[in-house]
Write a protein that binds this ligand. Structure first.
Ligand code: CA
Length: 262
C-alpha cells in the first residue's frame, strides 16, 4: 500500500471505513486493496482464517471481506465465530462452483456474497449496500462520505469542458456530443472520477478491464489514443512516463505530452 502515495484518498483517513480482507490469494488481495484505496476505504489484509478471526475480534473493523477456502481456519468457521460476538457486515468471496458454501456462509451469518472473478464496481456496490444498511440500523453522526459515492454519487461528472452523464451515458465536450464505446466510456468515467490524479496502468487495467483480464496491457494505450482522438484538442489526458495517465482539468503545454508513449 505504500506505493499509492501518488493518489489522493477520497476522504480523510479518520472517516474512511475500515475493511478487513481475509483472503489467501495475493493477486486478489492486491486487486481489492488498490481499488478500495481509490474508493476511500482503508483496507487491511490477512492471508489465513485464524489471524483473520483474531483481527476481526480485536481491531475496529467496519466490514469484512471473507474468502471461504482459507488456511488454518476456513471462512465458514470465521464467519460463525465473528457473528457470535459482532454484527459487523461480512461479505463472502466465493468461487463460481461453491454454491453450497455460499448457502452455508449466509447461514453462518454473512450479509452477502460475491462470486470470483468479479468486477470491482460490483464489489464496491455490495459493500456500500451492506454498510448503508448497517448505518441505518446504527446511525452515527457525520456518516461516511465513502458510503455515498456509487448510488448517491452525482450522475453528471464535469472536468474542464468535458461532461459525462453516467445515467444517460451521454458525453459532451463543450456543446459537442461525442459517442463512446462501452470501454471508452468506462475508461473516461474512471478518469473523470479522479481528475488530476495519476492513475497507474495496473489500476486502470483492474478497474476497466477487470481482475481476470488476460491479454496485452498495451490495450490501455490503444484506448487512451481512441479517447484522445474522440475528445480532440486541447488534449487533457496526459501520459505520465513509466507510470500511467492523468486527466487534467486544464491542458499542459503541448510538447510535454505529444508523442508521449510509455
Ligand atoms: Ca482461498
Amino acid at each position: 500500500m505504500n506505493n499509492l502515495k501518488d493518489i489522493n484518498p477520497a476522504s480523510p483517513k479518520e472517516t474512511r471505513p475500515r475493511v478487513l480482507i481475509i483472503e489467501d490469494e495475493p493477486g486478489m488481495v492486491d486487486f481489492i486493496e488498490m481499488g478500495l484505496s481509490y474508493e476511500g476505504f482503508e483496507a487491511t489484509s490477512v492471508n489465513n482464517g485464524l489471524e483473520g478471526l483474531e483481527m476481526a475480534l480485536s481491531q475496529p473493523v467496519d466490514l469484512i471481506l471473507l474468502d471461504l477456502m482459507l488456511p488454518l481456519l476456513d471462512g465458514i468457521e470465521v464467519c460463525r465465530k465473528v457473528r457470535q460476538v459482532s454484527p459487523v457486515p461480512i461479505i463472502i468471496l466465493t468461487a463460481r462452483d461453491e454454491l453450497d458454501d455460499r448457502v452455508l456462509g449466509l447461514d453462518a451469518g454473512a450479509d452477502d456474497y460475491i462470486t470470483k472473478p468479479f468486477q470491482f464496481k460490483e464489489l464496491v456496490a455490495r459493500m456500500r449496500a451492506v454498510l448503508r444498511r448497517q448505518t441505518l440500523l446504527n446511525p452515527k453522526p457525520g456518516a461516511n462520505p465513502a458510503l455515498n459515492e456509487g448510488a448517491n454519487a452525482p450522475g453528471v461528472l464535469t472536468v474542464a469542458d468535458l461532461k459525462l452523464d453516467v445515467n444517460t451515458r451521454e458525453f459532451l465536450r463543450g456543446s459537442r456530443s461525442i459517442e463512446l464505446s462501452m470501454r471508452e466510456f468506462e475508461l473516461l468515467e474512471l478518469f473523470m472520477r479522479h481528475p488530476n490524479q495519476v492513475l497507474k496502468r495496473q489500476t486502470i487495467l483492474d478497474r476497466v478491464w477487470g481482475f481476470d483480464f488476460i491479454g496485452d496491457a498495451n490495450i490501455i494505450e490503444v484506448y487512451v489514443r481512441y479517447l484522445r482522438n474522440k475528445i480532440g484538442e486541447p488534449n487533457l489526458i496526459q501520459t505520465v512516463r513509466g507510470v500511467g495517465y492523468v486527466l487534467r482539468n486544464q491542458p499542459r503545454p503541448k510538447e510535454r505530452e505529444e508523442n508521449g508513449g510509455d
